[in-house]
Design a protein around this ligand. Structure first.
Ligand code: G3I
Length: 328
C-alpha cells in the first residue's frame, strides 16, 4: 500500500493524526483514517462553568471532515487538570453534566473519547495529581475496596458516568484513559515505571467502565529509550486486562546530537509500529500533528513530514512507518 491509512487498515489498525481546522488540507484524508482534535474539544474551549457546551464550531468542522473522509474520531478530552477552563475545580456533579452533554452531542460520530487525561503525577511516584482533591477519597475506610459508600474518585466516577450515558443512549463510543510516561514497564536506568503501574492498577480496578487505554507516546530519540525495551510488553499487560490499547499522541524527538539525520528516529518509529502490530488489542496509532514545523514541539522535529501550509515532504520516519505497516 502507498498510504499510511491503507497500509494500517490492511494490518487491522487505524492510523490517525491530531489536527485543527486550519490544518485540514488534502493530505489529512489521504494519509490518515482517524482524527483527534488537537485543541478544539478541550474543556477550555467547549465547556461552560455549569457543564453546558459552547463554541463547538471547530469541533464540528473536524467531526464533519472526518465523516466525509471516512475517518474515525477520538474526542479529546473530558476530564483534565490542564486547559480545564471554566471546569477548573468543578464538582463531580458538574463534570458529570459536562460528560453527558459532550457524549450525547456527537454520539457515535466519536468512536473513542479520552474521558480522563493525565490524571497521574510526574516524577514517577505513581500518585494522583493534586488538582482534583475534592473528588478523591478513593478508599475511605481503607479496606482496599474502592466501591464502598463514601468512596469517591474523579477517575472512577467520571468513567461510571460516561458508561451510564453510553448505555442509556445506546452508543458504541469507547471510553479511554490517556496518559504520558506510561509507555514502558521501566524508565531510564531500569527503574520500575510507577506511573505505568499506577495506571495499570486503575484500569484493573475499574475495567468494567474503561474500554481503552491511550499511551500518548511523546518519545525522545534515545537509543536506550523505552521504545527499544519494553513498550510491547507493557502494551501486552494492559491488553491482557481486556482493554484496547492505542498510541494516541505519537511524536519522537529527532536528537541530532547523534548525527544520524533522522535514521535513529525512523528506527524508533518502526519499533513503535511493530510493538503495536504485535499485540492484537493494540488497535491504532495517532501522530500528534502532520509536520515538524506545525508541532507543539517543533524544535524537536518529531513528526513524519516536513514542510507546511498543505505542502509537505515525507521524512525517513514516514517511510519506516509505511514499510512496517505494510509488513503487517
Ligand atoms: O490559538 C491561540 C492563538 O489565538 C493565540 O494567539 C496563541 C498565543 O498563545 O495561543 C493559541 O493557542 C495555543 C494553542 O495551542 C493553539 O496553538 C495555546 O496557547 C497553547 O497552549 C496550545 O497548546 C496545546 C497544548 O496541548 C496545551 O496544553 C498544543 O497545541 C497541543 O498540541 C497540546 O496537546 C497536548 C495534549 O492535549 C495532551 N497531551 C500532551 C499534548 C502536548 O502538550
Amino acid at each position: 500500500e502507498t498510504t499510511l491509512r491503507a497500509a494500517a487498515a490492511k494490518a487491522g489498525l487505524f492510523f490517525g493524526v491530531a489536527a485543527s481546522p486550519g490544518r485540514l488540507t488534502s493530505i489529512v484524508g489521504q494519509e490518515f483514517n482517524q482524527l483527534t482534535p488537537e485543541n478544539d474539544m478541550k474543556p477550555s474551549t467547549i465547556a461552560t462553568s455549569s457543564g453546558a457546551l459552547q463554541n463547538t464550531g471547530n469541533a464540528d468542522t473536524l467531526v464533519n471532515y472526518a465523516q466525509t473522509n471516512n475517518m474515525s474520531v477520538r474526542g479529546h478530552t473530558l476530564v483534565w487538570h490542564s486547559q480545564a477552563g471554566a471546569l477548573q475545580g468543578a464538582s463531580q456533579a458538574t463534570l458529570n453534566t459536562f460528560i453527558g452533554n459532550a457524549l450525547n452531542r456527537w454520539g457515535n460520530r466519536i468512536a473513542y473519547w479520552d474521558v480522563v487525561n493525565e490524571a497521574l503525577d510526574d516524577n514517577n511516584t505513581g500518585n494522583r495529581r493534586t488538582q482534583w482533591p475534592h473528588t478523591l477519597n478513593r478508599d475511605a475506610n481503607g479496606d482496599g475496596d474502592f466501591f464502598d459508600t463514601g468512596d469517591t474518585d474523579v477517575i472512577r466516577d467520571s468513567f461510571i458516568r460516561a458508561k451510564q450515558v453510553v448505555q442509556a443512549s445506546g452508543l458504541t463510543t469507547k471510553l479511554c484513559i490517556n496518559d504520558y510516561d506510561v509507555e514502558g514497564l521501566t524508565v531510564q536506568g531500569g527503574v520500575q515505571n510507577r506511573k505505568a503501574n499506577a495506571l495499570y492498577d486503575i484500569v484493573r480496578n475499574y475495567r468494567q467502565y474503561i474500554d481503552c487505554v491511550g499511551f500518548q507516546g511523546h518519545f525522545n530519540d534515545n537509543p536506550n529509550s523505552i521504545i527499544t525495551n519494553d513498550l510491547q510488553a507493557n502494551i501486552q499487560r494492559f491488553a491482557d486486562l481486556g482493554v484496547e490499547v492505542h498510541i494516541t499522541e505519537l511524536d519522537i524527538d529527532d536528537d541530532l546530537s547523534n548525527n544520524d539525520i533522522g535514521a535513529g528516529q525512523a528506527e524508533n518509529y518502526r519499533k513503535v509500529v511493530r510493538a503495536c502490530l504485535n499485540v492484537a488489542k493494540c488497535t491504532g496509532i495517532t501522530v500528534w500533528g502532520i509536520s515538524d514545523s506545525e508541532s507543539w514541539r517543533s524544535s524537536e522535529r518529531g513528526l513524519l513530514f516536513t514542510g507546511g501550509n498543505g505542502s509537505y515532504q515525507r521524512k525517513a520516519a514516514y517511510n519506516a512507518v509505511l514499510d512496517e505497516l505494510n509488513q503487517g
